[in-house]
Design a binder for this molecule. Sequence first.
Ligand code: EGO
Length: 477
Amino acid sequence: MCFAVTIFESREDIRCAKVVKGRSINLALSHRGRQALKHIGIEEKIVSMGIPMHARMIHSLNGKQSPIPYGKKGQYILSVDRANLNKELLSVAEAYPNTKLNFNHKLLDWSPETGAMTFHGPDGNEKEFHADLIVGCDGAFSATRKQFLRRSRFNYSQTYIPHGYLELTIPPRNGDFAMKPNFLHIWPRHTFMMIALPNLDKTFTCTLFMPFEDFEKITTGNELLGFFQKNFPDSIPLIGVDALMRDFFRLPAQALVWVTCSPYHVLDSCVLMGDAAHAMVPFYGQGMNANLFIYIYAFFSAAVLPEYTRVRAPDDQAMAELAMYNYVEMRSHVNSRYFLFRKFLDNTLHFVMPKTIIPLYTMITFTRTRYRQAVIQWQWQNKVKLLETESAVSVAPGNTVPKHKFISPFSLRQKRSVWYCFHIGLQHLPGTFRRAGLGSQGGSCCSYVKDPDQLPIRAMSDHKALFSHHCLHAVPE
Ligand code: EGO
């Protein structure tokens, strides 16, 4: 079957653009994304221009760097350049004889009843276009979605998390990478998180995640330097004091949004795909992979549109929640020591029981297991597993845990269907904590929420609600 496909893009053709503005420079490409690229014949091209990251490199406060492999030898994620990927995808699309690209066309309005669209064209005039099926792939702030929002029985939610992000650059040193290139560098500092991904030009792009209110507190160069000396001292000479001062204040921190909606289609005229339907927070490195992977859904007739929502939405929901779960986990209690401990434990259990226990990160990143299925498998593993980050003490809200009070990190405890329970001393963290456990699941998912008021509503509801509501029902297949 053959369609005439017309693509409208509001920006200019980035293949001709001199300066490419826009969001984050590099992205983490993993198995699902690669499978999609393979399908359109550009996997090798993209992979050859990506930089393999075989392990995370955890940067401790004292400057120590500890690698923890992602998996077996051949398992790695790739740091790829967003602009380059977009260019290649455009060229693939353009090569189809039945496809026409239009740039500088901004969607103003469209009609679900007739499929008529109005664009603001490059010459400043309005332009009309008609399509039998409109596929809205226009991102988290989708213009296509506006018509959905006006209709009855369309569910929509948009949640901004308290964190924003800002990008910094580590230049090459003596013509080479200033840090080891084949790693995803991570500085886990609870609420402050920084990562660095390598680029082909031997630079690293650092992304600093931090609550907006903390960004706002840093207004002078001295405050900035003090903040970095306190939290990321080893990164200062790598970025350079002058560059840090310049780049940090050049742009305001960018917001991070989580979007869910359903259904993804309206009548038989339009369907939303990608971020337009399900933008997620970046704390699992899966956004692009999830979006590329939906290539496997082709619309041969409008009759399958409801099916697309039915089949796909549970997986999108599961992945978006896992990304949110990582956000809550990391901001709440993941420092470098805990990060290393967790990943070491995950890898060890997998080594001992390779078939039974597969780390969630591995299932998500290196397999094509449906996201919802991966969550179900993970919850089952948590029952079997030796591990429970048990809420050592139930800290009532308002109670303050004394600093450095450390309850034995490995107190083993027998349990019915659980063999042992680890008992991880998270209580040394200052502040007020609230338990958000998996409840009856007894999973390894306690989370200590420092300031519940700061969290968005869906993260406020504990993990049990998060997962059982959306993920525990049988997967439609
Ligand atoms: C305990 C320890 C609980 C994105 C560690 C959860 C995400 C989370 C943003 C990493 C890797 C690709 C990423 C790991 C965890 C990209 C990723 C991870 C970040 C931040 C990221 C890992 C771009 C979470 N993958 N990941 O296991 O190495 O673990 F740190 Cl802030």
